[in-house]
Design a binder for this molecule. Structure first.
Ligand code: PNS
Length: 163
């Protein structure tokens, strides 16, 4: 079985991430979306919320599984019995960080390869950070994220304003 892991923060998952998930699902028998639960960072959404949003928007894709993980991506990849890490590349600005991470991962785990998918042109500008910025001003999010994610963002910022 050809199995890949797509690790990331997904805080929250964007249409750009979904595009990568769909395209990876066509290349592998199974793709496991790995949501990093990093105790050193304070994400907007808990790992459980992030996992549930991704599960919801990928429910029509039979070969996608979604799990949270802690620690190193390569350890999670091995635990999943996968051979490949999937990452999306939007622009040259992503390249240096991705190259460093892929090389480090390769030194730690020569049995695991990283494969990059070039982000579709319509999502090349999109990031979770900019989506959160837009959401914080109460603007329309429908071009950036799926409806369930837009609702979750609206709820999150409404709750924050009321606090
Ligand atoms: O969505 P992101 O924030 O760009 O994803 C980054 C992620 C989660 C893939 C990366 O930070 C990661 O793999 N973190 C776990 C620790 C690790 O394995 N680091 C790689 C060695 S430098």
């Amino acid at each position: 079985m050809r199995r890949a892991v797509y690790p990331g923060s997904f805080d929250p998952v964007t249409n750009g991430h979904l595009d990568i998930i769909k395209r990876a699902s066509e290349q592998f028998d199974e793709v496991i979306v790995g949501v990093l639960n990093n105790s050193k960072k304070t994400p907007l959404f808990s790992a459980e919320e992030r996992v549930n949003m991704i599960k919801c928007i990928t429910s029509d894709l039979p070969n996608i599984r979604v799990r949270s993980f802690e620690g190193l991506s390569v350890n999670f990849v091995r635990e999943c019995g996968a051979q490949v890490i999937i990452r999306g590349l939007r622009a040259i600005t992503d390249f240096e960080y991705e190259l460093q991470m892929a090389q480090t991962n390769r030194v730690m785990a020569p049995d695991v390869d990283t494969m990059f998918l070039i982000t579709s042109l319509e999502y090349a500008y999109l990031s979770s950070t900019t989506v959160k910025e837009v959401a914080s001003f109460g603007e329309d999010l429908d071009k950036f994220v799926q409806p369930v994610v837009a609702d979750a963002l609206r709820n999150k910022f409404r709750t924050r304003i009321m606090q």
